[in-house]
Design a protein around this ligand. Structure first.
Ligand code: ZN
Length: 355
């Protein structure tokens, strides 16, 4: 997601961490007080070398009282060992930036795990500052009995600008690819009857492995989110956007020290619903202790009025030091984190189905 490769803006002017942190405080206070107009500049500051230490991030406000009634449906439970194994296998492909051979291998790996499912492509050529690249969003559709669609997304590419550095993106790209594969297993298993023609009870759920999420050179309005900017346009044209009840993005959700932040670019009621789902599972301590505005795959949909939430932990290592570095490796992740996010997301789908 969401950050310039070469970061950092004003923090570079101050070598001392203290000054940088001070700026960060001021910047985040501005974000909170004047809203999104300052979000772009400030997200650069938060992204700096450089995400704030936990103690410096602003505390999120308490979620609103829950607007749904409890029910007696069994709580969901993903197979976190299997999801972790997927993460390991995806990461083992190595660098998976758009256009490279490992990326193609990973496309085949994803498709191979969706045998018997309804799978579609949104493939096109992206024109970037580094040239033209093939981009391919992979969509698996699980039909439901209710009219409307819930979309879950996660990107599978790694950064072009990190090519040749040994970067493998276990958390950033790996965990999101893997958790969606596990959701496919769960959705397949939950269909009534057998065979792909059967439907789940509730809304249709579409899983989207997004491509070209990362910038090829430096994060900007036109560098990054290649796949979702294209897909949002397509879905606007063909009327799909109007049918989407909720859209959730999974990104960097495998960190063993899991703290999903409250993204102020997301739709508040959907964030609250996710928190409610986490509460039902006893996982709420991993959600929304801190808040910040995040640029991620949900933005092209937020801009078009689709209720959307970014489920992301952007505090990956002390001061976010593992993010976009060769330290983003499997040993930093845990199956439990995948389980917390996975179960919470499935429970959120259940709560959405009741609405
Ligand atoms: Zn990234």
């Amino acid at each position: 997601m969401k950050r310039p490769a070469t970061n950092i803006g004003i923090c570079q002017a101050f070598p001392g961490a203290l000054l940088c942190t001070l700026w960060l405080k001021i910047c985040l206070a501005l974000v909170l007080s004047i809203g999104l107009t300052s979000a772009v500049a400030c997200s650069k500051a938060t992204s700096a070398d450089a995400a704030a230490p936990k103690s410096e991030l602003p505390a999120a406000a308490s979620p609103a009282p829950q607007p749904w009634a409890p029910d007696s449906a069994p709580l969901p439970h993903i197979d976190s060992k299997r999801a972790f194994q997927y993460t390991r296998e995806v990461t083992a492909f190595g660098e998976r930036y758009i256009g490279n051979e490992n990326h193609k291998k990973l496309e085949r790996y994803i498709i191979d795990h969706l045998k018997g499912d309804q799978v579609e492509d949104d493939a096109f050529t992206a024109d970037t500052v580094e040239g033209k690249f093939p981009v391919r969003n992979i969509i698996a559709k699980f039909s439901g009995t209710k009219d409307g669609i819930i979309v879950i997304m996660g990107h599978y590419d790694t950064n072009y600008w990190l090519r040749g550095t040994g970067y493998v993106g276990a958390n950033d790209g790996g965990s999101s690819t893997a958790i969606l594969l596990e959701y496919a297993n769960q959705l397949r298993g939950a269909r009534s009857g057998d065979g792909s023609g059967k439907k789940r009870e509730g809304y249709s759920v579409w899983l989207v492995w997004t491509d070209g999420e990362e910038a090829v050179k430096s994060w900007s309005q036109t560098d990054g989110l290649y796949g979702t900017r294209h897909l949002a346009q397509q879905w606007e044209k063909d009327g799909t956007l109007k049918k989407i009840k909720a859209l959730m993005v999974m990104d960097m959700i495998g960190d063993a020290d899991l703290d999903i932040l409250r993204d102020t670019n997301s739709t508040p009621w959907l964030l609250d619903l996710i928190h409610g789902a986490a509460e039902r599972l006893g996982y709420q301590s991993h959600f929304y202790v801190y808040e910040a505005p995040i640029d991620d795959d949900h933005l092209p949909f937020v801009k078009r009025g689709v209720p959307s939430a970014d489920v992301i932990d952007l505090d990956y290592g002390y001061h976010n030091v593992f993010h976009h570095t060769s330290q983003d490796t499997m040993d930093k992740l845990s199956p439990k984190s995948l389980e917390i996010v996975g179960d919470t997301t499935l429970e959120t789908i259940h709560l959405l189905d009741q609405r």
